[in-house]
Design a protein around this ligand. Structure first.
Ligand code: OFO
Length: 172
């Protein structure tokens, strides 16, 4: 059985993962119509990954005797200044998600729910990887500046990255 407090916090995290998936889907759509097919492909894949994060949490809550009820979502941003703005917003969003995972971990730990704390380790590591990946992408943007050639090259790199890190449904 799962404590109500832990279940509520996990359900909130499910909402955030689903919202992340929507945010990245909206960004992928913007990239697609603004001439960045590589970034679009990368973000479609990343949106799928967030959906996998959500599904993994839903299954965990239900497996532990809780009930993962989905919450309503907000409309994601649909306007961006440029490609840098997209990835800058992603990094900020991921930092917010990291905070939320840390708070969730603390709630589980305080409730002496060590099984959930252990389960959340995977998310903690995932956040470290994601933040570092997005920081790396932003560094490359800074190097490329706003030059067309640089952005074109970066778009190609993002395309390659989406192939290297396919949405990993295998962990669900
Ligand atoms: Fe972007 O990572 Fe989910 O948790």
């Amino acid at each position: 059985m799962i404590a109500k407090k832990v279940e509520t916090a996990l359900i909130n995290q499910i909402k955030l993962e689903e919202q992340s998936s929507r945010i990245y889907m909206a960004m992928a759509s913007w990239c697609e119509v603004n001439g960045f097919p590589g970034a679009a492909r990368f973000l479609y894949t990343h949106s799928d990954e967030e959906r996998m994060h959500m599904t993994k949490l839903i299954k965990y809550v239900n497996d532990k005797g809780g009930y993962a009820v989905l919450q309503s979502l907000e409309m994601p941003d649909d306007k961006f200044q440029n490609l840098f703005d997209v990835f800058d917003k992603i990094l900020k969003h991921e930092e917010f998600i990291t905070e939320s995972i840390n708070e969730l971990y603390e709630i589980a730990f305080k409730e002496r729910d060590y099984t959930t704390s252990q389960f959340l380790q995977w998310y903690i590591e995932e956040q470290i990887e994601e933040e570092s990946m997005f920081k790396g992408i932003l560094d490359k943007f800074r190097l490329a500046g706003n030059q067309t050639g640089g952005l074109f090259h970066l778009d190609k790199e993002l395309d390659a990255l989406s192939v290297a890190t396919p949405a990993d449904g295998g962990n669900v």
